[in-house]
Design a binder for this molecule. Structure first.
Ligand code: ZN
Length: 438
């Protein structure tokens, strides 16, 4: 079996080459009116542009190569799924899904409950699509209208030192030790703060056992950068505490629990900012920011998780997988999750072609369970419960000393019950209602 390893990873590698190396996006118009080739970096900015024509142009240019290569990409994805299904059978797993969950010792009910509970409480997400259409004053809501902020004209200038001060105040519910660790991070200069030529984009925490965390940022002095700082410090302190309290073999935490530590911080931050903000417009902006974050980290990932489940089940039943099948499944899911408000462009149903995570089977659901767990923990921390704080700090010190579900249980989050998922969905409902009423 292991001798086939390299051959079996060919579909994922081929897709990686297509998606990273060979891909050529369409052209967009720059500020000087010249046509230039779209890059991913440009796309993430342009798709949030207040000028609808710019968003549309970027959207069409972005999807162009995926539509052109739809058959090739369908074939790499189908092959990756079939490889996974066949390997699971040979290795005697009851299903490909159970093979995917085995390493984290997660029962398949956790995965199924996540999807089921989300779909039962999907109405606020539909409501949010309608709210978007209304706020943007559109006759038709299109997919390229889904990322533009609904509250325009809020520009917040937050220099790095000020951002750090805000973080220190916002994370006060995590206790004195946590705050002292953060102060120590800054004083010891564990951060690479500014963008420099040739520097990797985005933000990243690297914990090094026996040394300290290294945190890479590309700080832009804005609200997004403040959230990124708080997020990465969540990973940083998690690394620091796990390194301090665990032997090297269990010091590294799994992906499953990693995003809990970062998201708890983000929830505490949004709560702090909303609490002290007097300006209604800024308040709306903050709420909108959090709702969109919720949508991207929770709902979209659950939808992806369901796509993986449905396509693997098809392969397990010996049914074919091709462009039409992927399109139909993807479009149906988009409708179920986002409602009928969105008017479909031809591009919309090809979303499956642009997701590299589909080549890492049954992985994205962890973003959603992590997010839901974090919402639950942060809610309890904000009630000022000392036991929750103690349990949460213990969790941050525990690395990978037990399976993720067991580690989370100690913080009061039991993902084998639908409660954490339902509580998060209730929180989302509340956010949409609050935003709507403002
Ligand atoms: Zn993260």
């Amino acid at each position: 079996m292991s001798q086939f390893g390299e051959a079996l990873s060919a579909p994922a590698n081929t897709y990686g080459m297509i998606n990273n190396a060979d891909i050529k996006f369409g052209e967009v118009t720059n500020e000087r009116g010249e046509k230039v080739e779209l890059t991913r970096g440009m796309y993430s900015k342009l798709i949030e542009d207040e000028d609808r024509e710019k968003r549309k142009e970027a959207y069409k240019a972005y999807y162009q190569p995926y539509l052109q290569m739809k058959n090739s990409i369908a074939s790499t994805l189908a092959a990756a799924i079939k490889n996974n299904v066949t390997t699971s059978k040979i290795r005697n797993y009851p299903s490909a899904l159970e093979k995917g969950l085995f390493a984290d010792n997660v029962p398949k009910e956790v995965y199924e409950n996540l999807i089921k509970a989300t779909k039962e409480h999907i109405a606020p997400l539909h409501q949010y699509s309608e709210l978007r259409k209304e706020k943007l004053r559109l006759d038709e809501l299109r997919q390229y209208d889904m990322n533009v902020p609904l509250v325009s004209g809020v520009k917040q200038d937050i220099p790095y030192d000020e951002a750090y001060e805000i973080m220190i105040k916002a994370l006060a519910p995590l206790g004195e030790d946590y705050i002292n660790t953060l102060k120590h991070f800054k004083k010891s200069r564990y951060f690479d703060v500014r963008e420099t030529p040739g520097k990797r984009s985005g933000a990243y925490n690297l914990g090094v056992y026996g040394v300290h965390p290294f945190i890479l940022l590309n700080h832009q002095d804005d609200l997004d950068s403040l959230f990124t700082l708080v997020h990465e410090c969540g990973h940083g302190v998690h690394s620091q505490l796990s390194s301090q309290y665990q032997p090297q073999i269990t010091a590294r935490y799994s992906i499953f629990v990693a995003e809990v530590a970062s998201t708890v911080n983000e929830v505490l931050l949004i709560n702090y900012l909303l609490d002290k903000e007097k300006d209604e417009k800024v308040k709306r902006h903050l709420l909108n920011h959090f709702i969109d974050k919720f949508r991207g980290t929770f709902f979209t990932q659950v939808m992806f998780a369901e796509f993986e489940k449905l396509t693997h089940e098809r392969a397990e039943q010996g049914e074919p997988l091709n462009v039409e099948v992927f399109n139909t499944i993807y479009e149906t899911l988009l409708r179920e999750y986002y409602g009928d408000t969105i008017v479909a462009d031809e591009e919309m149903k090809y979303g499956w072609a642009r997701i590299p995570h589909f080549y890492r089977p049954f992985y994205v659901y962890k973003y959603a369970t992590g997010f839901a767990s974090a919402i639950q923990i942060a809610t309890n921390l904000l009630k000022g419960n000392k036991e929750t704080l103690h349990a949460y700090l213990e969790f941050l010190k525990s690395g990978s000393s037990d399976y993720p579900l067991e580690l989370l249980k100690k913080t009061g989050v039991d993902l084998t019950s639908p409660a954490p998922i339902k509580n998060s969905l209730a929180k989302f409902k509340q956010l949409v209602e609050e935003f709507s009423s403002l």
